[in-house]
Write a protein that binds this ligand. Structure first.
Ligand code: GTP
Ligand code: MG
Length: 195
């Protein structure tokens, strides 16, 4: 997709702060530090718009980015980061749960998984939860540049098996570093918008 304009709209913590223009939304879920914000930057070709960090826990609200006045990418706080307080973790959990269970314009969750590692317990819980609510998922195995191409199929298999990946869901192999998978992921999203 050709990106003609991107706007950071809001860091929302409550539903009444979510945009009300009913454009389709794609939310990014994944462990802290897995590369959600980097993936957004790659998708929109703007290096520093979504804040990234080598420190986990950087993204703490639902950050809305409007692309081409047509679609929102919603950056979530990462889960599974030990150093946030219990109260904070519970607040994140509630915010995400409310969003995922009630958000009408949500078309699909991009579930971001590090291709190098078997999914964590939290990854499996998140995927189960998305399936419980009937939310379409695209599993995005990212950081593919970090392992040799010859090992991609083996790692993808491990990820899919551990998650209990449903054949009705989608999968895209990705690297924010090289841009691998960018066009394919836009095509997946375009397909969901057109449905
Ligand atoms: P939180 O906001 O804390 O949940 O993290 P996040 O999931 O948004 O991760 P972020 O995009 O900030 O990336 C974390 C680190 O991984 C940064 O140092 C990135 O540069 C690095 N990174 C992200 N994606 C890739 C990738 O595809 N390849 C490589 N080599 N590094 C990546
Ligand atoms: Mg982030």
């Amino acid at each position: 997709m050709k990106i003609s304009n991107v706007e950071f709209v809001i860091s929302a913590v409550r539903p009444n702060q979510y945009p009300d223009d009913a454009l389709p939304e794609f939310a990014l879920a994944g462990r802290s530090n897995v590369g959600k914000s980097s993936l957004i930057n790659r998708m929109i070709n703007r290096k520093g718009l979504a804040r990234t960090s080598s420190q986990p826990g950087k993204t703490q609200q639902l950050n809305y980015y409007r692309v081409n006045d047509r679609v929102y990418l919603v950056d979530f706080p990462g889960y599974g980061y030990a150093k946030v307080s219990k109260v904070q973790r519970q607040q994140f959990g509630e915010m995400i749960e409310t969003y995922l269970s009630e958000r009408e314009p949500l078309k699909m969750v991009l579930h971001i998984i590090d291709i190098r590692h078997a999914p964590s317990k939290d990854d499996v819980l998140m995927y189960d939860w998305l399936k419980h609510y009937g939310i379409p998922v695209c599993v995005v195995t990212t950081k593919a540049d970090k392992i040799p191409k010859s090992q991609w199929p083996k790692h993808v298999k491990i990820v899919k098996e551990a998650l209990g990946f449903r054949p009705t869901d989608r999968h895209v192999l990705f690297s924010s570093e090289t841009g691998l998978g960018r066009d394919e992921l836009w095509a997946v999203m375009e397909g969901m918008i057109a449905e």
